[in-house]
Structures are given as C-alpha cells and as structure tokens.
Design a protein around this ligand. Structure first.
Ligand SMILES: [Zn+2]
Length: 251
C-alpha cells in the first residue's frame, strides 16, 4: 500500500508576506493519513493557532487525535503551537534538539521551549530516511538550520516531499539554496539537490503553495486586510501569480 495523494492535506497554508512594516510569515502545516496514523508536519505559530484548530475540527479532528507530529526544525514559526499536541508523539532530529533554536540563536526562550518539549512524548531521530509509518519517512535536509528535516511520502503517483524551510518556496529550486540560512549554505544547497534528486511529483514547501519542477500547481489567494476606522476593513486580494483578484472596502 502507498499513501494516496488526497490523504496529504495542507491543513494550514503557509506564506511569507514582506511589507514595509516588517515580514509576516506563516508556516505550512501538512496532515498525512498513512496506515491508520494521522501525522502532522509542523504546527505553526500563534498567528495561525486558531486556524490550525479550526481546520483540524473541519476535518473531524482535534489536536488530541494526531498520532505523530514531525517538526521540520525549531524555528518558532514552525513549532510554537506544539503545546496543543501533548498526546502526540513528536519527532525531531537529534542535531536540532541539541543545537537548534527558536529565533536563530541560543536564547532563554529556546531553553524554556526545550524544557517543555522534554515533558512531552518526544522521539529524537538520528537516522536519515527514518521510517515514521509504512510510506512516510523523514529525510535529513540540514543547512537552513543545523538539524532540519523534510518529509518524504510515497504516494501512488510518486514521491511527495514536505520540505519545510529546506525549500521554503519555488524560487529556492531555481536559486539552488533558500534565501534564509541560519546554519550552513553548502549544506543548504546540498539539501535542495537532495530534494530534487528524489524526483518529487509535488513539493509542499514551508512558506508557499505546492509546486513541481515547472512551477506552482496551486495559486493560493492571499487576502490582506487593514482594519478600517468605521467598521469597514480595507482589503486587497492577490494570488500567487501576482494577479490582483479583488480590492476595496468590505463590511
Ligand atoms: Zn519558516
């Protein structure tokens, strides 16, 4: 048996929005059903917490019904909601556990966060191609961070990779390495090659819609809202290929 493509679901869609006020990012959370297990790859930060809970609920699930959580790495935008998953087994790579951190450097928040993880059902991975379930493996994709991992799901149509920030969006494939590297550029570059050498039919990245070697295969409309003075918000909708979908005030 293989995992069916329809059983690999972006439960939270990730994006990065660069503005003159700063960067707003949300990481992708991907749900995989394989061999009776429910696996969640990355859990996002507080800005997507309600969305994650709501979308799980709409799929008939709750955090308590997730068997396994795989954290691609410990950057805060991918893991801050982990406290919701106290019943789940959590997988994290040894290098990330030992040297990874929330904000790109060792700090007090990371120390506290790791103390919380220690009290949860944590499994430390030390192998490449670690088997999570029959058709789901973690693969080492170090570089963006010290112990970053991606997830390989063997579907009926071919390999699907949930790449986290080893490949945060499509442009990374063209450039050969991710824009943001906290650990090591050579390793990050090798990790991008490693992902493409697996000839994935689809990559579900950390911060954008799924794509294949030709480009995005979903458009992901983004809605930007400014809170208005009199109850009406100003709204701009864009899709990933840069088309303005809608603009104007809404009630
Ligand atoms: Zn990220």
């Amino acid at each position: 048996m293989v995992v069916e493509e329809k059983n690999i679901i972006r439960i939270v869609k990730g994006t990065i929005l660069r503005t003159n006020y700063g960067t707003l990012g949300a990481s992708t959370s991907t749900l995989i059903y394989d061999e009776g297990k429910r696996i969640l790859v990355d859990v996002g930060h507080y800005g997507t917490r309600l969305r994650l809970e709501e979308n799980l609920k709409n799929s008939g699930l709750s955090p308590n019904s997730i068997d396994y959580v795989i954290l691609t790495h410990l950057n805060w935008d991918h893991c801050a909601n982990i406290d919701l998953f106290e019943k789940s087994r959590i997988f994290l790579h040894k290098r990330e556990w030992e040297e990874g951190n929330l904000f790109g450097k060792e700090d007090l928040a990371t120390k506290t966060f790791k103390q919380m993880l220690e009290r949860m059902k944590l499994s430390i991975i030390n192998d490449d191609m670690f088997k999570v379930t029959e058709n789901v493996y973690t693969i080492n994709t170090f570089g963006h961070t010290v112990g970053h991992i991606s997830v390989l799901a063997k579907s009926e149509k071919g390999n699907i990779i949930i790449s986290g920030d080893a490949v945060p969006y499509y442009r990374t494939i063209k450039r050969g390495y991710p824009d943001i590297i906290f650990y090591n550029r050579d390793e990050a570059r090798k990790s991008v090659s490693k992902v493409t050498e697996l000839k994935p039919i689809k990559i579900i990245p950390g911060h954008g819609p799924p794509f294949n070697e030709k480009g995005y295969i979903e458009k992901d409309e983004i809605e930007i809202r400014l809170v208005g003075d009199d109850g009406e918000d100003l709204i701009l909708k864009l899709n990933r290929v840069g088309e303005e979908v809608a603009t104007g005030p809404i009630g």
